[in-house]
Design a protein around this ligand. Sequence first.
Ligand code: ADP
Ligand code: MG
Ligand code: ZN
Length: 720
Amino acid sequence: MIEKAINTLQHYFGYKSFRKAQEQVVESILSGIDTVAIMPTGGGKSICYQVPALIFPGITIVISPLISLMKDQVDSIKNLGINADYINSSLNNREMTAVMERLTAGEIKILYLAPERLESESFCAVMSELDISQVAVDEAHCVSQWGHDFRTSYRYIGKFINKLKHRPYVNAFTATATDKVRLDIINLIGLRTPKVFISGFDRENIKINVLKIENRLNYIINYVKENSDQSGIIYAATRKDTDRIYEKLVEAGVAAARYHAGLSDGERMKNQEDFVYDKISVIVATNAFGMGIDKSNVRFVIHYNMPKNIESYYQEIGRAGRDGEKSECILLFSPQDIITQKYLIETSVQKTERKVGEYKKLQNMIDFVHHNGCYRKYILNYFGEITEYESCGNCSNCLSEGEIVDRTIDAQKVLSCIYRMKRDFGVNTIVDVLRGSAQKKILKYGFNELSTYGIMKEYSKENLSNFINMLISHGFIGLKEGEYPTVILNENSVKVLKGQVKVEFKEMKRVNKISSDNELFELLRNLRRSIAQEEGVPPYLVFSDNTLRDMSVKYPVDQVSILNVSGVGEVKLERYGQKFIELIQHYVTENDIKVTSKVTEFDDPNKGKSDKIKTHEVTIDLIKKGMSVEDVAKERQLTESTILSHIEKYIRENGDVDLKVNFSSIVTEEQEKEIRAAAEEYGVEKLSPIKKVVSENISYEAIKAVFIKMMISQQRIIKE
Ligand code: ADP
Ligand code: MG
Ligand code: ZN
């Protein structure tokens, strides 16, 4: 069964295998057991119900809460050659009727539905007559009051299922892991003794950075400029900060947009779309942004402020790197953030009971920021996941990046000034004293008489207050909250003053490039952009970053080898393959790159670089010894298609028509006949037209083998 699923996965999606968690879920679904899958954002939930949908005889209904996502997802699977459609309130009556007609005519395999639809009696009546194999409930936490985006109409799912002609397999998917939500899903949807799969919540490809730095805005500008060709989200806690960062970025020449509740619906929609379609690279936003964005190539998420809790934080950084490519998230912490978040809780939460809960979660977030161990471990443990490692090697604590700078003397100046001021003041007043300001307030308290008056004149106001905030965020000074928060000395301050503890900060002087893209990747991306523009779809729907990167190291110059690239299935091969192949062919010729050897190099990790060029000759030697293509592939740990490319190259270059090749492991006589017949009609330029008309069990390799045979006999004729 799972084999069939893997074939389906390869055929439509172009992926070589399921991820571990996916495989278990798909197996369970295919065996007809109701299944609940809890997987993190980007874990690949959609494929878990889409692949079974293609295998089941009847229709699959996908209940999905977000209109914007629905269109994206349907476009994306249509692009893979799957018959899919959606019904939600964005359709007018005529469009709706058209979809219903296609549905009843059996022309739709997967139908996405907004849950509101289930409230319509007449709609349910039509559905009850259809052959529905599976109901998949996506974002299933929406059934639960405990989920963060509760939707009343999700409660109709159970009733809907009961009205159907026969009970379909019912499966639910979410990224929310709490027990309460899970029980609600099972009870309210009416799942029958379901199997529940909870997969690890780790997102290994996302690097977690927490930085306590002096100038956050400068850091962001430098970072974005350094990574200007990458997509990223910058989150800020307030509209005001969002606007400010946005304006600074635009001033610095960055293609940015912004998103918050203060903009008109139209403006928000346009900005979001520009981001999704790669027309701009960076979006600055409040936490209102992100729901309903499936963009897979977000490479970085920066938090200008500390979020209100770990749940929001993890959800927001989860928007990076859904394609599994290396991505980065950076939390820029300032102690002022704590005050902002407390203020937001005070003003937005009414019930005392909930308030207490929110404060507790905020404290966990603050503890996270001050945590000295592995950040990833902290988060996973917070979600109840046990981690076996101490250090993940992919967070700023584990990597210990940055240059260590000793700031003890500056810290002592600040601390002794606070000590001498005797009463509690805010950061600004302390800054004024240290910089020797002659303001009334300063003179009134006689601070100009203190020995610390003006001892940090060389600092700008902003830098000094940033530095004091750093001392606070590292716990060297305490913060007393109130309407006007004031600073106080604590145990650590005393130790620093006595010289028992050093104040050492890691300074992130330089910003890093997330990934160094090669030139070919750039070219592929441009091609993708122009195709996307022509077709009016987001670029990542053409191919993901991941797929382009795979191309940029594998150099596929023909149809067989491009099918080896992760994310190239048969419909996409048909649709876009040629354009990408041509670009790569051109590129390898220009740059004098030996292609077959490159492919080999990738497929064969044991292979040293020095014998790159001769690799196909090694293959030929083995063939000449009488080994079959299958045996050579095994012996060399290469794919059969690579071996075939070697043979093809050899014959083309050497015209050796006497080479005896044993293709019997790849193509049977009967298959060969069928392929030859098809080749007469469709020619031998492309594999895919042939693949389409011949029996399903005939592989691309088989077709290629026959092409090679035909090439040999043609050359023989020419020679004779
Ligand atoms: P989720 O809904 O769990 O957040 P998605 O279903 O949107 O995640 O999948 C996230 C990304 O992972 C998509 O770009 C998808 O194409 C990719 N993906 C899913 N399964 C695989 C797989 N087996 N191999 C490679 N990529 C995959
Ligand atoms: Mg999803
Ligand atoms: Zn770590």
